[in-house]
Each structure stands twice: as structure tokens, then as C-alpha cells.
Design a protein around this ligand. Structure first.
Ligand SMILES: Nc1ncnc2c1ncn2[C@@H]1O[C@H](COP(=O)(O)OP(=O)(O)O)[C@@H](O)[C@H]1O
Ligand SMILES: [Mg+2]
Length: 395
């Protein structure tokens, strides 16, 4: 600008210097062109080099980037795998823990049952002898009493007007009533002694301490013994009515089994049914409990039905059903889990069904299923093969 202003030339007109240069060029200074071209070429090639370097650099960066991305993906995958492995491990741990708890409870429970069995068998044995004295002697006592009474009657016939002292004593002891009552009294003592004998037999039968090994037994005998032991719980109580037991026994052959264990299963199922029926009837009573705390006689009649039958393929089936409250669908699958209980602490252990399942499925190659309709009742279905020995010996 300063240059233009100094010369006073219009813009666009070459200055004196430019002119000189042009002149020089025009004078055929080819080398000037050449050097210009060369300079340009050089600049171009430098630029090209720089560009190439930049491209190379960016390629390098790209490659590095890619490598980094790959590494990232790799480490992410490794992380994922690690996480999966640790989850799997945690699951395995909790499964192992569950199995440990289950085994422990099984051991505790079977130990408990074994000592309970021993206790029951011991008590039964101890009661057995004295009851037999009573029962055995009752027959003689009855006979002697009859003979004495007969003799007394003869005396009465022969001496219709006895000595006043004898007549007074006869009146004091109410001889007529006594003679009428004594045979009844002896009969009821006999019934009582028979009951005790039956209970003792059931206890021994139930505990079956003498039969630790597998043996062919009458299943109905096991059911009867178990019911006999549970009789007290079936009776009517102030807060619930009597539980009716309906027996529909089929024709069963002797079944090879661990009788004591099978009885334990029957006991577990029956006790659960009684618990459920009691729960339902106290619920019903609660609702119908009207004035002055006097419960109405409830329309609800609780029952347990035991049905046995032979199945095809040498199997037998025992179905124990009740008309209790049933089991909600959501927990039906859980009832065979160890420790699962819906009963209050101290009442339920949650072990009954889990042990029963193990006894039926594992020890007897059978099946134990539960079918329940909430509000209507529950059914337990036991199926076991008639013969076991061959299988277990072969195994
Ligand atoms: N007949 C039944 N009616 C209703 N519920 C039942 C019946 N039998 C079993 N159950 C349910 O199954 C659960 C588990 O039974 P169990 O293993 O014997 O443990 P527990 O009797 O100690 O609770 C019970 O708490 C109860 O909820
Ligand atoms: Mg139970």
C-alpha cells in the first residue's frame, strides 16, 4: 500500500520494480522460471511429504485406535466371562449350602426318629408285660366272680331269711346292685385292657425296631397302627368336631418295604391332614361363633379318606385325601422343600414332607405326589412297587 501510494500508480498497474522483474524475465531469464517452478515443485513435494506423513500418522493412529478398541472389547468380554463365572460359582455355593443343610437336617431327623423309635419300642415293651398280667388274670377274675356270685345266689335260695346281721350287711353294701354291676365292671376292665394291648401292639408295629431291613408287610396293618396312635387327635374337641376316617381298602398283596419308614410317611401325611382339618374347622367355628361365645354346631364335617389299590405293573397305590383348606397353587411346589412350613414356630418343622418324599422316592423307588384344590381339600398319592429286593440286590 505504502508502495502504491508513493508511486501514485493506480492499483493493478505493475510498479517500477515489477516492471524490472518482468523485464528480466522477458529478457529470457529462463532460470528464474525454472527456479520458481523448482521452488514450487519443492514446496509441493514437501507438502506432499508432509501430507503423506500426516496420512501415515493418521493411519498409525487409526491402527492404534483399532488395537485399543480390540483390547477394550477383549477385556470387556473377559470381564463378562469373569462375572458369569463368579455368578455361577455363587450359585454353586448356595446350592452346596442348601444340600448341606438338607443333609444335616435329614441326619438330625433320622437320628431323632431312631431314638424316638427306640423309646417307643422300649415303653411298649415295658407296658406289654403288666398289661398281659391284667388281661390274662381278668379272665380268671371274671370266672371266679361268677362262681362266687353263683354260690351267693345258692345261699340266698337256701336261706331266704338270713341272720339279721347278714341282712343288715347285705343292705349296706346294696348286694343286688353290686351283683348286677360287678360283671359290667369286669367287662369294661376287659375292654380297657384290650385297648391298651392294641395300642402297645400298634406302637411296636409302628416303630418296627426289629425290622430294620426290607420285608414284605401288610400295608393295611401299618395304616391301622398309625390311625390307632393318632386316635386321640381324631376325636371331637371343644373347638372342633370329630374327624371321620373313611377307609376304602383294596385287595393288596404283601408289599416289600421298610415298614417303620413307610409308617412314618403315613404318620406325616395323616398328621398334616389333621392339622389342616383342625385349622379349617376352627376357622369355621370362629366365623359361626355367635352369641355368648357358644359355638354353633358347625355344618362342616371334616374327613380323611384312605384309599388303597393295586396298580398295573406290580405297583400299589395309597391315596390319603382330606376336605381341609387345601394348599394355595403358589406354594404347592414348595411343600416338599426341607424347612418349608406354613405353621407357626414351634408347631411345624417343615421336614415331614421332605423326609416322606425321600423315603418314598429314594428308598422305595416310588412316587409321592400332591394334588390340592384350595378351598376343597388335598390328596397325597403314594405309589410303590410291590417288590424291591431283586432290584436292590442287583444294584
Ligand atoms: N393336607 C394338607 N393340607 C394343607 N396343607 C398341607 C397339607 N399337607 C401339607 N401341607 C402344607 O405343607 C407344609 C409342609 O408340610 P411338612 O413338610 O409336613 O411340614 P410341617 O407340617 O412341619 O409344616 C405345611 O406347613 C402345610 O402348609
Ligand atoms: Mg408335617
Amino acid at each position: 500500500m505504502v508502495f502504491i501510494q508513493e508511486t501514485g500508480n493506480e492499483p493493478g498497474f505493475p510498479s517500477a520494480l515489477d516492471m524490472a522483474a518482468c523485464q528480466q524475465m522477458q529478457e529470457g531469464r529462463d532460470d528464474c522460471w525454472q527456479s520458481l517452478v523448482q521452488g514450487l515443485m519443492q514446496a509441493l513435494s514437501t507438502e506432499q511429504n508432509r501430507l503423506q506423513q500426516a496420512i501415515a500418522h493418521s493411519q498409525h493412529l487409526e491402527a492404534q485406535n483399532k488395537q485399543l478398541e480390540e483390547k477394550l472389547a477383549e477385556s470387556e468380554a473377559r470381564n463378562h466371562a469373569l462375572m458369569e463365572a463368579s455368578t455361577a460359582q455363587a450359585q454353586q455355593f448356595s446350592e452346596t449350602l442348601r444340600q448341606l443343610r438338607q443333609n444335616q437336617s435329614k441326619i438330625v431327623q433320622s437320628e431323632k426318629m431312631a431314638s424316638l423309635g427306640q423309646l417307643v419300642a422300649g415303653v411298649a415293651h415295658e407296658i406289654n408285660n403288666p398289661v398281659n398280667f391284667i388281661y390274662g388274670n381278668l379272665a380268671h377274675a371274671t370266672e371266679y366272680t361268677q362262681q362266687l356270685m353263683h354260690l351267693l345266689q345258692l345261699y340266698q335260695q337256701s336261706y331266704p331269711a338270713p341272720d339279721p346281721a347278714i341282712a343288715a350287711e347285705a343292705a349296706t353294701i346294696e348286694i343286688d346292685f353290686l351283683m348286677e354291676d360287678l360283671p359290667k365292671l369286669l367287662a369294661s376292665m376287659r375292654v380297657g385292657a384290650e385297648r391298651i394291648q392294641k395300642i402297645v401292639m400298634s406302637l411296636r408295629n409302628f416303630s418296627r425296631m426289629d425290622e430294620a431291613e426290607m420285608k414284605a408287610v401288610d400295608i393295611h396293618e401299618g395304616i391301622e397302627s398309625t390311625l390307632m396312635i393318632l386316635q386321640n387327635r381324631l376325636k371331637a374337641k371343644p373347638d372342633h368336631p370329630e374327624i371321620q376316617v373313611i377307609k376304602e381298602y383294596g385287595n393288596l398283596p404283601p408289599v416289600e418295604c421298610y415298614a417303620g419308614q413307610l409308617n412314618q410317611v403315613l404318620m406325616n401325611i395323616l398328621v398334616n391332614a389333621i392339622d389342616a382339618l383342625e385349622e379349617k374347622s376352627s376357622g369355621e367355628l370362629g366365623m359361626e361363633n355367635t352369641q355368648a361365645g357358644v359355638p354353633n354346631s358347625p355344618s362342616y364335617a371334616p374327613w380323611i379318606r384312605i384309599r388303597t389299590q393295586c396298580l398295573e405293573g406290580d405297583r400299589i397305590q395309597i391315596v390319603i385325601a382330606d376336605n381341609g383348606p387345601g394348599i394355595p397353587k403358589t406354594i404347592q411346589r414348595q411343600i416338599f422343600d426341607p424347612f418349608f412350613t406354613t405353621k407357626p414356630v414351634g408347631k411345624g418343622t417343615g421336614m415331614g414332607m421332605s423326609i416322606s418324599y425321600q423315603i418314598i422316592a429314594e428308598k422305595h423307588r416310588g412316587s409321592l405326589e400332591c394334588d390340592s384344590t384350595p378351598g376343597q381339600g388335598t390328596e397325597f398319592i403314594i405309589q410303590i412297587p410291590v417288590r424291591q429286593k431283586g432290584h436292590f440286590e442287583a444294584a
